[in-house]
Structures are given as structure tokens and as C-alpha cells.
Write a protein that binds this ligand. Structure first.
Ligand code: ZN
Length: 410
């Protein structure tokens, strides 16, 4: 009999939620009409999961790392390296990476606009700074979406243990970057960042493209505000760790970053926007197609989280129904394909925030011990055969279904 050798792994960001009075105290997932989610749940082993354990409110970055078996204490020093990986920069051990915004400052470096008037394309601004060298350190600058950019410091003797320059508030001055420990590496890197901000300001402020923006009555993109410093760790790729050739399908920059950070290939899908208008079905069709080339396809859907962050429970319910239609793509997967559907954390509409409430998780395959769960929902999954698990249990469970777990003992 054939066993499982391919995996489609779908993460609905912030899918779990709390009872909503307007829905008769059902969650958006319970209130939504979801025949396809339910049909999949009926053919699955179901349960609840907390990515970082009970009573921990996870951020999306660290919860994804936990689910994929990369504990944060070992592999996470900041969001910079993850975001930067998603921009196509191949990181090297010892690199310090930042994420940043092109913004607007006055001559005294007071922030006028953190996003330079919501500038849409920053390619030429990033190019003007890319390749700079200061004190023997090479500086790589790559444009992100809209006002965003990724920056890497590359060279010996760096540390990510430094403070942020971004005051996160307009009208306030840019903060001087300081070391957060007594090492010479932290002192050197803090000084380097201060010097880089000065040099970048001098280049950007007199850039022709900014003269043009000012002439058009737009705010100049004359500053690069950096934050989220992180050092790229020595780590195995997903393929090295599990022996599974992996791809990532995501619209959001952070999630492409997580895929790239773990060495997954990024698959671009037309219409994958990370917004409620995202073409979820296209992503699922692409995920199935990717199984021809890959063993493991991570597919991320974002808007379940963002709608809940806005407190928009009606929007979250409607988006879940839209996703349900797309889930039809997974109703008839071949027997050797395991479908995992879960979330990175709950996002409660009532709080507009991530919570520590557990999330549904299912393993859909004829090779698992299918339980009696009849519908896809937070409370229906309490009775699932998986019971309660944590992020760190997820990949071992996948490997077990695939028959790839190492034997302990004899
Ligand atoms: Zn998330």
C-alpha cells in the first residue's frame, strides 16, 4: 500500500477567534458557511494547537518558525533577517539584517512622514544606497513593497544587539542608535548604523528623484528608517532538516520571508495579494501543481488575520466563506498527499489582537486515524483525535504520517 510522500501545508493567519455576540456567540469560523472545510474535517484527524505553548501570545514570525520546527531561542534574533530573505537577498552567517521604511525627515531629522507620503516604488532610492561600504562593512539595500526596504550589513565583528532608530511616531526626532550590551561588536554596529543613516540621508536628500518629488508637491523619500535588527544564524534549511524539497506560496512579505529564510523556493502566484481580494483559489491550484516538483508546499493565507486585527468579524466570516470555496481544490487529493490545515495563532476580533487561544489543526489523509469530528471549527476540534498539541509537535506529526520519523531506542 502506498504511503504519504507529499504534503500541502496551509496556514490561515489568525484563523482562530472568540465567540461573537452578533453571531449568536459563534466564532467567525463557526458562523461561516463552510461545506468544504467541513467535508475535509470529516476525512481528517483533528485537534487544537498552540504554536508556542499554552498561555503564550505569539507573533506571526516566531509562531511560523515554531510550527516548522525552528525554536525562536535558537533561530530568532529579530524580524530583519526574515523580511530581508523574502526580498531575495541570500544571507550569510554573521550578517545583520534590518527592515526599514523610506520616510521623510526635516533638516533636524524630525520625522515628517514615516512612509514618505506612502511612496509606491522605492527602487531608485534603494539603488542609490546599495553597495555602500563603511568601516569595512558592505551595505546591501533592496527595495521592498511600497515604502519598504531591506538592509544587510555584511562583514566581520557585527552584532544585532542594538537599539532602533525608528521612534515610530511622526513629529519625533530619529533616535540615536545605541548598543544594548557591553560588547565591542554592539558598539561598532550601533556606530555603523548611525554613520549609515547620516550617509544615506546625505545621498537621498539631494537625489534627483527627490528634487522631482518636491517639484511635484510630494514628500521627499530622504531617510531610511531601520528597525528589527537580527543576526542571520547558522541553521539547516527545511530540506536539510527534513529531507523534503519545499516551496512557499504567499502574498505577504513576511511569509515569503519565512519561506525563503528556511530555504524554500518562492512560487509567485498571480493575484496573491495577502489582502481580502487575494486569489486564494489560484494559490491552492498552484500548490497542487507544485507537488510535481516539491515534496512540501507551504501555502499562506493572510486576510483572516488582518480582518480580525481591524475588528471586522463580518469581513472575517465572509473571507472564510471565500476561502471555503477555494478549499474545493483539496477535496479529491491523491492518497499519497497529506493536507495539513492550521493557523499560526488566533486573532480575536473583540481585541483587534493576537491571543493565546489555541487554533484548529487537521491532518487530512486516508493514512491517519480519522476521528468523529464533523465540522471545521474551534470547538468542534476539541473532540478531535489529536487532542492538544504545540507548534513543535507539528512537523514530527507530519513526519510520522510520512513514515519518516527516526526510531528512538531499539
Ligand atoms: Zn499571524
Amino acid at each position: 500500500m502506498e504511503t504519504v510522500n507529499k504534503v500541502i501545508f496551509v496556514v490561515y493567519d489568525g484563523l482562530g477567534d472568540r465567540p461573537i455576540k452578533e453571531f449568536g456567540y459563534k466564532t467567525p469560523l463557526e458562523a461561516a458557511n463552510t461545506p468544504n472545510f467541513d467535508a475535509i474535517a470529516k476525512k481528517s484527524l483533528c485537534g487544537l494547537s498552540n504554536a508556542l505553548g499554552r498561555g503564550v501570545r505569539p507573533g506571526s514570525d516566531v509562531s511560523h518558525l515554531a510550527i516548522f520546527g525552528y525554536p525562536m531561542d535558537k533561530y530568532y534574533t529579530g524580524r530583519g533577517p526574515i523580511e530581508v530573505a523574502g526580498l531575495g537577498i541570500k544571507l550569510q552567517q554573521g550578517d545583520v539584517a534590518f527592515r526599514g521604511n523610506f520616510g521623510t525627515v526635516d533638516a533636524d531629522w524630525n520625522i515628517i512622514d514615516r512612509r514618505a507620503g506612502r511612496i509606491r516604488v522605492v527602487d531608485e532610492f534603494a539603488a542609490a544606497l546599495d553597495g555602500m561600504e563603511i568601516d569595512g562593512i558592505k551595505i546591501i539595500v533592496k527595495p521592498g513593497t511600497a515604502h519598504r526596504a531591506g538592509v544587510v550589513f555584511r562583514g566581520p565583528g557585527l552584532s544585532a544587539n542594538i537599539s532602533d532608530a525608528d521612534p515610530h511616531e511622526e513629529g519625533k526626532p530619529v533616535l540615536e542608535v545605541k548598543p544594548k550590551d557591553d560588547t565591542k561588536e554592539a558598539a561598532f554596529t550601533a556606530q555603523l548604523l548611525n554613520k549609515f543613516m547620516r550617509r544615506a540621508y546625505e545621498v537621498l536628500d539631494k537625489l534627483e528623484a527627490n528634487a522631482k518629488r518636491r517639484a511635484d508637491g510630494q514628500l521627499a523619500a530622504n531617510f531610511l528608517l531601520l528597525r528589527g535588527a537580527g543576526m542571520y544564524p547558522t541553521m539547516p534549511t527545511f530540506e536539510e532538516k527534513y529531507g523534503l524539497k519545499a516551496a512557499c506560496i504567499a502574498g505577504g512579505g513576511l511569509y515569503k520571508g519565512i519561506g525563503a529564510f528556511l530555504g524554500m523556493d518562492l512560487i509567485h502566484v498571480e493575484g496573491a495579494t495577502a489582502l481580502p481580494d487575494s486569489n486564494v483559489r489560484n494559490k491552492f491550484v498552484a500548490a497542487k501543481k507544485a507537488l510535481e516538483k516539491y515534496d512540501f508546499v507551504f501555502t499562506h493565507v493572510k486576510a483572516t488575520d488582518s480582518l480580525a486585527e481591524d475588528g471586522n468579524f463580518e469581513g472575517k466570516k465572509q473571507f472564510i466563506e471565500k476561502c471555503d470555496a477555494a478549499m474545493a481544490e483539496f477535496l479529491d487529493l491523491p492518497d499519497d498527499v497529506l493536507l495539513v490545515v492550521t493557523a499560526d495563532h488566533s486573532t480575536a476580533c473583540e481585541l483587534h489582537a493576537h491571543t493565546a487561544d489555541p487554533v484548529p489543526i487537521l491532518f487530512c489523509s486516508p493514512h491517519v486515524r480519522i476521528d468523529d469530528v464533523q465540522e471545521f471549527g474551534e470547538r468542534a476540534f476539541v473532540r478531535g483525535g489529536l487532542g492538544r498539541m504545540e507548534g513543535k509537535d507539528v512537523m514530527p506529526t507530519v513526519l510520522n504520517v510520512m513514515g519518516r520519523l527516526h526510531l528512538i531506542g531499539a
